[in-house]
Ligand binder design. Structure first.
Ligand SMILES: [Ca+2]
Ligand SMILES: [Ca+2]
Ligand SMILES: [Ca+2]
Length: 217
């Protein structure tokens, strides 16, 4: 299915390329970890489930030229080259960054979206992709369309719950609460401009309004 981003392994596959492994040993010499965008990481870590799911969707579809430095950072953090970051590896990497005023374990857990105990490449990308990339109109629009399963032009609580596979009533209520804060016009659903605002797009551009029209027709 178009929307099942869990089945898309593009990011992991890139990491497994032979040249990637060669490249990685070359890069270990540099302290590329210092390039990590801590502000972005914190921002992700404080995000609620829906926003994280949107970023995961976008992260699973990034093109090679959009990943660039993040791939190098991941490879350097992944000390045993198995494609996953353990808490230990994450702690070692974070210890290289000065003035990191966060609880590392909490940060780690907030990135480990599927609660597998390790951070995989897509989880890492979701937490670290640059705003300039995820706020691109094409990315936001693609993600919006994925969540708007019935193509009504709006995202409902049910649609979000479906995609992030909410199982308990409590979790469903949490999503409901979460969406209430995003639903600026109070109609009970998330339209494209509300969606963009949640993602941090400051101004609702005329272009967004144009897309909204397209989505509504
Ligand atoms: Ca994980
Ligand atoms: Ca809908
Ligand atoms: Ca709304």
């Amino acid at each position: 299915m178009l929307c099942d981003f869990r089945s898309r392994l593009t990011a992991e596959q890139i990491l497994n390329h032979k040249w990637m492994k060669y490249y990685s040993t070359e890069l270990k010499k540099n302290d590329i970890i210092l390039e990590l965008n801590i502000e972005g990481l914190n921002n992700y870590s404080n995000s609620k489930k829906f926003r994280k799911a949107v970023l995961t969707f976008i992260a699973s579809r990034l093109k090679e030229d959009e990943i660039q430095i993040l791939k190098d950072i991941f490879v350097e953090m992944d000390l045993n080259n198995d494609g996953y970051l353990t808490l230990e590896e994450f702690k070692i990497a974070c210890s290289k960054i000065q003035q990191l005023d966060v609880n590392i374990e909490e940060l780690f857990n907030s990135i480990d979206n599927d609660k597998s105990g390790v951070i995989n490449y897509t989880e890492f990308l979701a937490a670290t992709i640059d705003k300039q990339i995820y706020l691109k109109e094409e990315k936001l629009l693609q993600a919006f369309k994925c969540f708007d399963q019935d193509k009504s032009g709006k995202i409902s609580v049910k649609e979000v719950a479906n995609i992030i596979k909410v199982e308990s009533d409590d979790d469903f209520e949490n999503i409901e609460e979460e969406l209430k804060n995003i639903d600026l016009n109070g109609d009970g659903e998330i339209d494209y401009s509300e969606f963009c605002a949640m993602m941090g797009k400051k101004m609702i551009s005329r272009k967004s309004l144009k897309y909204e029209k397209i989505l509504n027709n």
